[in-house]
Design a protein. Structure first.
Length: 186
């Protein structure tokens, strides 16, 4: 049995520390688990019910929904923008929450991790992301958490994939998320 985890990165900057954290999860995923980073969050228009109609859904939003439908679980990487969730990640959750009651997130196991410059590692944004994903219908794996503070200094010369403590924390989160997804993947 193989578990497919789709990673959504809330920072759109190619060299962001959260992007690097997602790359570390791909590199260090355990055997039997595939982590895939979804590209294209920047191409998705802001959610608008007027364009979320059959035949009118933007191609990037439809691709996101299809990718989530094919995944066993989601791993969301949230930086903290002004104390809260970045717009790109919130917008993705909004698109995935529809149609109401049967959106792509419905019942899907989700974990939220991230890093930020702050002393709490983006904890506020990650809590908001868990809240939004849960309201959108996801099955949030509450114990699967990783908040890494001081990203600017910590990752100035070291990629998260080369930081033993980060790799260990990611492994734990991926293991917990994989266990939550296992019944659906079987």
């Amino acid at each position: 049995m193989s578990i497919r985890i789709l990673a959504l990165v809330g920072s759109l900057r190619s060299g962001s520390h959260n992007r690097q954290l997602a790359e570390a999860s791909v590199k260090h995923a355990p055997q039997g688990v595939e982590v895939v980073i979804h590209e294209g969050l920047s191409d998705i228009p802001f959610y608008n019910e007027d364009i979320d109609v059959e035949g009118g859904v933007h191609e990037a939003a439809a691709a996101l929904r299809a990718a989530v439908a094919q995944a066993d679980a989601l791993l969301l990487f949230s930086p903290e923008y002004n104390g809260t969730i970045p717009a790109a990640l919130k917008n993705a959750i909004d698109w995935l929450s529809r149609p109401y009651g049967s959106g792509a997130l419905t019942g899907k196991p989700v974990a939220v991790v991230g890093t930020a410059f702050s002393q709490h590692g983006g904890l506020w944004a990650q809590d908001e992301t868990r809240k939004a994903a849960g309201i959108a219908g996801a099955r949030v794996v509450e114990d699967a958490k990783l908040s890494i503070p001081g990203s600017v200094n910590r990752f100035a010369t070291t990629h998260p994939a080369d930081d033993a403590e980060v790799v260990e924390g990611l492994a734990k989160v991926i293991e917990q998320l994989s266990r939550a997804a296992a019944p659906a993947a079987a």
